[in-house]
Write a protein that binds this ligand. Structure first.
Ligand code: ADP
Ligand code: MG
Length: 270
């Protein structure tokens, strides 16, 4: 779905926001991208749907180099991007109108538009909200509306740039449940997050620091790399931190951790 080769990008003549990043994301995979503030996560996201073009290196989307898309709208349709602030992405005066916006830009016929709006609002759990003013929606509902807008374009991939960061735990959980369902249906997902506990849902995780790709692996491998994460100014989630202390690096299985703690206690009381 995405092949990134030696991607380098600097906004000004100054420091590189991305520095020699190479990464391959296969169709249907769910990736988490981790990194401290300013590590280059959003810059990477913007390269995946042509909002930015590489200064050095290459980015391929669906087998085609981004520069070769004659119509950037085609690339934006193929790769939906959802941002952090739910309020900044709503353009319609009603839920329905908001989803319709992108479709109108594509010139999708009225009947087809109706069909798709009904379909995607059902998919994100907003059926029955068609006429509602988006302003009355909760944060989680707003993000699901933003996802519906992207889904209406029939994308092959969805990029979420800290899309749960401004949500309460319930709203974030709603979005993650939806992502799990979309992943099950075969959509490629790239989820940028600060929240280490969200990483467990992904197939793979990439860690950025100072514009460089420091690590790629399964969530378990990432959580087993406590030292590296600390160097990248990231903290292990509590279970993984406990696993590290108990000599079970990367372990997130609470039963296994409890067994290790019990063994420790038995050892002390024996
Ligand atoms: P992250 O999303 O991980 O917080 P960004 O990709 O936003 O990181 O930023 C990477 C680097 O690029 C940072 O040093 C940031 O200050 C800089 N940067 C980001 N956006 C811009 C911009 N529009 N203009 C100039 N510098 C920017
Ligand atoms: Mg960012």
């Amino acid at each position: 779905m995405f092949r990134i080769e030696n991607l380098t990008f600097a906004y000004n003549a100054g420091r590189r926001a991305l520095d020699g990043v190479s990464l391959e994301i296969r169709p249907g995979e769910w990736w988490a991208v981790l990194g401290a503030n300013g590590s280059g996560k959003s810059t990477l996201a913007r390269h995946l749907n042509g909002l930015l073009l590489p200064q050095e290196g290459r980015v391929y989307v669906a087998g085609r180099e981004v520069r070769e898309y004659d119509d950037m709208r085609e690339l934006r349709r193929l790769v939906g991007l959802v941002f952090q602030n739910p309020d900044n992405q709503i353009v319609g005066n009603s839920v329905e109108e908001d989803v319709a916006f992108g479709l109108e830009n594509l010139g999708v016929p009225r009947e087809e538009m109706r069909r798709r709006i009904t379909e995607v609002l059902g998919e994100v759990g907003l059926a029955g909200w068609e006429q509602a003013d988006p302003a009355v929606l909760s944060g989680g509902q707003k993000q699901r509306l933003a996802i519906a807008g992207a889904l209406a374009m029939r994308p092959q991939a969805l990029i979420l740039d800290e899309a749960t960061a401004m949500l309460d735990p319930a709203g974030a959980a709603e979005v993650l449940r939806l992502l799990a369902e979309l992943h099950r249906q075969g959509l490629t997902i790239v989820m940028i997050t600060h929240n280490m506990s969200e990483v467990t849902a992904a197939d793979k995780a990439a860690v950025l620091a100072g514009g460089r790709l420091e690590f790629c692996g399964t969530p378990q491998e990432v959580f087993g790399a406590g030292e590296l994460l600390r160097r990248c100014h990231l903290e292990l989630p509590p279970a993984a931190a406990l696993g590290e202390m108990l000599g079970l690096p990367g372990c997130m299985d609470l039963d296994a951790l409890l067994a290790a703690l019990t063994a420790l206690k038995d050892g002390e009381t024996a």
